[in-house]
Design a protein around this ligand. Structure first.
Ligand code: URA
Length: 431
């Protein structure tokens, strides 16, 4: 390991065997954290070639179990987001795409910190079971085309150790390390088609479009080199996605998109990611025909029906999709009104995520229990005109005291301008 450290420090290229020695040794506990920390920093400073990044990704993927989706007939598609606030895309996209005939066998995560997780959102449906086991998971996908569960197998233990180490050694923002971390998990999850939503802006990892493009290119290159169909979409995270932030609130917003009642950025993102999936899978010739087909799943009610099948197949009740009155509802709702007039220039996305977390909707630590009912609904988004005293948002809180605290913090997230503000393009690029 000392030799490998010196080699990378001096800008050398590590061989396949050297990378595998390092990753498997580190996973087994034979290489010390201090040496691996130094390696992560050397990689951050010196970079890696595509060949090295692919070898790193494959070695991390093989550090644990991989999911065998071969008992599922048809093309299996998966989606990954680099993490955003108010991101309920999977709840909309997966039923739409499944209604088009692609197979969604997805292992999702829980929320941590200011970002939410699909599993928590799904648990807003009373009874929804995210631990149905691999056999039922496969059986459900074969029967209804969709299942979303928590991780079952011991996937990518190398990433778990490496990510925790990077988090405390200033080595998170390295493109080869991010690419290998994301792609090793995605590849281990077994899908044929992988579509990545790379968030860009103040609420995201990648603050600039250049950084986001570099990451998107890295992710798709490695996906393709590993033999999968892969596309990435770069999307704005300079404000929360859609209007709802908080678990049950986001589920309700997702349902309203599936019912055709809500349009805007959220629907646009789902159509864009969905068309990438359908075209990469070879189910549609081009983005235009794919969008039409996806929109039809909303117009015909097929996508909403698919969500209800998913809920029913995982121990929830299908009727909760059509009538959301049994979903958790916070005891206190408080209007947050603007103290000045103007045009919304910016909404601090990360801070909005943290407010929802402090209301009880997110976790500071993995084992925290969350309140699915709390969060906020944004009335005003970037570009909107606001009058003095007009409502900016509604806080959903467990108590009046918590609601007041959150309201003051939320007001500070809004930046207004005296002159009209143009809405920034939401989809920045497709790779
Ligand atoms: N998400 C991951 O899974 N890994 C990273 O390194 C960054 C984002």
């Amino acid at each position: 390991m000392t030799d490998l450290l010196a080699k990378k420090r001096d800008g050398g290229e590590l061989t396949t065997e050297e990378i595998d020695f390092m990753i498997q040794g580190y996973t087994r506990g034979e290489i010390a954290d201090y040496q691996m920390s130094a390696m992560c920093m050397a990689i951050l400073l010196r970079g890696m070639s595509d060949r090295e990044t692919l070898d790193l990704t494959m070695s991390m993927m093989h550090s644990g179990e991989t999911v065998d989706l071969s008992p599922i007939a048809g093309i299996k598609a998966d989606k990954h987001s680099t993490g955003g606030v108010g991101d309920k895309t999977s709840l909309i996209l997966c039923p739409m795409v499944a209604a088009c005939g692609l197979k969604i066998a997805k292992m999702s995560g829980r929320g941590l910190g200011h970002t939410g997780g699909t599993l928590d959102k799904l648990e807003s449906f009373p009874g929804f079971n995210i631990s149905i086991g691999e056999e039922r998971f496969i059986e459900n996908v074969n029967r209804i085309g969709i299942s979303l569960i928590g991780q079952t197998a011991d996937i990518d233990p190398a990433d778990k150790k490496l990510y925790a180490l990077r988090d405390v050694t200033g080595t998170v923002p390295s493109i080869p390390l991010i690419v290998s971390s994301i792609m090793s998990k995605k590849l281990a999850s077994g899908a044929d088609v992988i579509v990545l939503d790379v968030k860009c802006g103040s609420g995201a990892f990648m603050k600039t479009e250049e950084q986001a493009l570099e990451l998107a290119r890295g992710l798709t290159r490695i996906g393709r080199l590993a033999g999968r169909k892969c596309a990435a979409v770069i999307t704005d995270m300079d404000q929360p996605l859609g209007r709802a932030v908080g678990n049950a609130l986001e589920v309700k917003e997702a349902i309203s998109v599936l019912k055709g009642e809500t349009k805007g950025d959220l629907l646009e993102l789902c159509l864009t990611l969905g068309s990438c999936m359908l075209t990469e899978a070879g189910c549609e010739e081009n983005a235009e025909s794919a969008r039409k087909r996806l929109l039809q799943t909303i117009e015909s009610g097929a996508a909403l029906e698919k969500l209800s099948e998913l809920v029913a197949a995982q121990d929830g009740e299908a009727r909760d999709v059509f009538d959301t009155s049994r979903l958790p509802l916070a005891p206190v709702q408080l209007d947050v009104c603007s103290e000045e007039a103007g045009f919304v220039r910016h909404i601090e996305a990360e801070q909005v995520g943290l407010i929802s977390m402090h209301l009880g909707g997110g976790r500071a630590a993995k084992e925290d229990v969350i309140d699915l009912s709390v969060g906020l609904m944004l009335d005003k988004k970037v570009g909107d005109r606001v009058e003095k005293g007009e409502r900016l948002a509604v806080i959903h809180a467990p108590s009046a005291g918590k609601a007041e605290e959150a309201a003051a913090l939320l007001r500070a997230c809004y930046r207004l301008s005296d002159t009209p503000v143009e809405r920034p393009p939401f989809i920045k690029a497709i790779v």
